[in-house]
Each structure stands twice: as C-alpha cells, then as structure tokens.
Design a protein around this ligand. Structure first.
Ligand code: NI
Length: 217
C-alpha cells in the first residue's frame, strides 16, 4: 500500500507540473495563407503622368494585394525568445495609376519574395497553451518577372531592405499541433528602373497577414 500511495502521489505531482508550451530547442513549423496588402498611394506619380499624358494632374500609384502559401519556421532559443523566418511562394502584384488622366492604367506587374527574419518575445505564461508574441526583424524584398505593362520602358524594380515589426498568437490545440495568426508591418521601399519614371520612389510598406496551422518538433 505504501508503494501504491507513493506511486499515486508521484503521478499527481507529475501531472500537476504544467507542461511548457515551448522549450529551448523547439522548432515550430507553420503553413497557411499569407496576404500582402500594400499601403494606398505607394508613389506620387504626378510628375510621371504629366510627362506621359502631357497634362498637369495629380495621381498616385496603387498596388493590389495578393495571397500566397506562407511558411514560417521558429527556433526557440529559450521558452520566451524565438527566431522566426518567414517565407512564401512568390507574390504577384499589379501597380496602377490612381487619379488623373491615366486613371486605372496598369503600369507594371511584378512578382516578389519578401523573406523576413525576426527575433520574437513570447510574453504570456510559458505554461499557457495560448502564446502571444511580438517581434522585430529585417525584411529583404526582391522583385522579378517585372512586366512593363504600359510599354513605358520600365526595366524593373530595385530590391529593398527594411525593418519588419510583427505580432502573433499561437494556440496549442494538442501537444504538438497549434493554430497561428500573425501580422507584420514591413518597410518595403523600392525605385523604378528605366523610363520617364526612372528613380521614382515607391513605398509599398505592406501589412502582411498570415493564418495557418503549425507543428512543434
Ligand atoms: Ni517605407
């Protein structure tokens, strides 16, 4: 009986110890839908459209949003600090003139990849299945397959380095499985290469939203 009591006491003690959501060395891989939404009015194209249309008007460049398959991988350095890499299948965006004589004219179509590496801090109790984090990191965006839609002589877009700020929540639905939602604000600024718009600064500065499921290894 004494042995049984000891065993029971041990079992109760063990089950009462809260499992840590994350421990140092954990790798969490997440897959889901990621949407890049550029800010409105990414560039002031007044000067350019004046040249193109021969008229003085005010216009800006609007870029549509796009959703792709997103992948994030997080390495936990401690139960509260992670390093995250965000990757995705290539995004496709169309940039159009908004306003003025060339309103709605498609100017350039491009693909891009915005890999982002961030340091994260998990600020909730390590024992909680709900984990929330904030991160700060660096984004590198490079553009490819640029199409000069309006035949203006645009050669492409310069690649960009910028800061990325993120917040997110994980909810561990089972020992290793979790659901995740995350938001990044990225500083992505590029310049047009070639044409009358050569050197035109385009501030894409998108909001990036991810929703998906993950597995903790
Ligand atoms: Ni910017």
């Amino acid at each position: 009986m004494k042995l049984l009591k000891t065993l029971l006491a041990t079992a109760v003690a063990v089950s009462a110890v809260p499992a840590m959501a994350y421990e140092a060395g954990d790798i969490i891989v997440k897959a889901g839908a990621v949407t890049v939404t550029p800010k409105d009015g990414t560039a002031d194209t007044s000067g350019v459209t004046t040249l193109l249309a021969g008229s003085a008007d005010s216009s800006e460049l609007d870029i549509d949003s796009n959703t792709q398959l997103g992948l994030t991988a997080v390495y936990m350095v401690t139960p509260k600090i992670g390093v995250e890499l965000l990757a995705a299948t290539p995004f496709e965006h169309t940039a159009e003139i908004d306003g003025g004589a060339l309103d709605d004219t498609e100017i350039v179509k491009t693909k891009h990849l915005p890999p982002t590496i961030s340091a994260q801090y998990y600020f909730l109790d390590s024992a909680s299945p709900l984990q929330a984090y904030a991160g700060v990191g660096i984004n590198h965006t490079f553009f490819f397959d640029e199409e000069d839609s309006a035949n203006l002589g645009i050669d492409g877009l310069e690649s960009s380095w910028g800061m990325a700020y993120s917040v997110g929540v994980d909810y561990l639905v089972h020992e290793n499985w979790l659901v995740n939602a995350a938001l990044w604000k990225m500083d992505i600024d590029t310049k047009v290469k070639g044409s009358a718009a050569d050197g035109l600064e385009v501030e894409i500065d998108p909001t990036v939203f991810f929703i998906g499921a993950g597995y903790k290894f």
